[in-house]
Ligand binder design. Structure first.
Ligand SMILES: [Zn+2]
Length: 323
């Protein structure tokens, strides 16, 4: 099946299907991505989801398989469209980016039919998945090289995004005032589809707690949208962060070297605090890094071997909790 051939309305009510989309592309013959579809007996919201946009992020893959297997279409009002492994070439390489074109799939949306492998994947997800959704969630994690909180990220300019983040029930929620281009989320904005994304521990494996948080989160999101009628599963009030998740709240290295952080993950910092350094392979100092803002360390590079341009830190502001 080609991406433009998939129409949710063409799937019979009360059915589940495991499909594959074949993607025309300039990088390699035979590129295809899996597409799981569950259409409830009654029409309602369409919850679309992707995981493994970055090939070394696995929590969302496992969560989608478990969530999809448990769906009872006879009890559903609405539908689920899921791409559990969005980036099979990067998945096979256990890599964040695609070995076929070197691209970061989260920078090439909305993509291009017949383009490189990453562009073709982005185009398929943009048209067949996001284009038919009434809500979209992109399941990311810190991958092999980074450390991030297990969290739901939302768009502060859309109350539907925030409400969904609260329903998901992650221990941390992170509000972003700006959605940079090239992402699944920027495609959602273009389509007028509300959205959410997640992060988790990563490190090339799936922590049991993260699997449980993602599983509960997907079920709660489907309940929040009216697709499932069962009761919401409770969660503790989240820690709330605010910030750009973008360059002015982050630091990257300008050289290759050995990275030595001098702060801990989620540690509060003030503007100017020394947060890490880079040394050459003979141990001599190359660069020092200082916090660009007052906040907390919300993402930290864990693999010491870095290349020029690699992100090292993201900072966020802690939001006062409602009492
Ligand atoms: Zn990711």
């Amino acid at each position: 099946m080609r991406p433009h051939e998939f129409k949710l309305a063409g799937c019979a009510p009360g059915t589940k299907q495991r499909l594959w989309m074949e993607l025309d592309n300039s990088s390699q013959e035979g590129l295809r991505i899996p597409l799981l579809v569950a259409r409830g007996v009654r029409d309602g919201a369409v919850l679309a989801m992707t995981a493994n946009i970055h090939g070394d992020e696995y929590e969302g893959v496992g969560a989608i398989f478990e969530f999809f297997d448990a769906l009872d279409v006879a009890a559903m009002t609405g539908s689920v469209i899921a791409v559990p492994v969005a980036n099979p070439p990067a998945y096979a390489a256990i890599a964040r980016t695609s070995p076929l074109d070197g691209a970061n799939l989260a920078r090439v949306f909305p993509g291009k039919a017949g383009g490189t492998a990453s562009e073709a994947i982005a185009h398929a997800i943009d048209t067949a998945v996001i284009g038919q959704a009434s809500f979209f969630i992109d399941l990311h994690s810190a991958g092999v090289r980074y450390l991030m909180p297990t969290m739901a990220g939302f768009y502060t300019e859309d109350p539907r995004s925030r409400a969904a983040a609260e329903a998901f029930g992650a221990p941390v929620i992170w509000g972003h005032p700006v959605i940079p281009p090239g992402r699944t989320l920027s495609s959602c904005k273009d389509h007028g589809v509300p959205f959410l994304y997640t992060e988790a521990t990563g490190a090339g494996r799936i922590k049991r707690e993260d699997a449980e948080i993602f599983g509960r989160g997907l079920r709660n999101l489907a309940r929040h949208l009216g697709i499932l009628a069962s009761a919401m599963e409770p969660s503790a009030p989240p820690v709330e962060l605010y910030g750009d998740g973008n360059t002015d709240m982050g630091l990257e290295t300008s050289k290759d070297g050995f990275f030595v952080p001098t702060v801990n993950f989620l540690e509060p910092v003030v503007k100017g605090t020394l947060v890490g350094k880079l040394v050459d392979l003979d141990g001599s100092l190359l660069e020092e890094y200082r916090a660009p803002v007052d906040g907390v360390v919300a993402m930290l590079r864990m693999t010491p071997s870095v290349r020029a341009g690699d992100p090292l830190f993201l900072f966020a502001t802690m939001v006062e909790q409602k009492s």
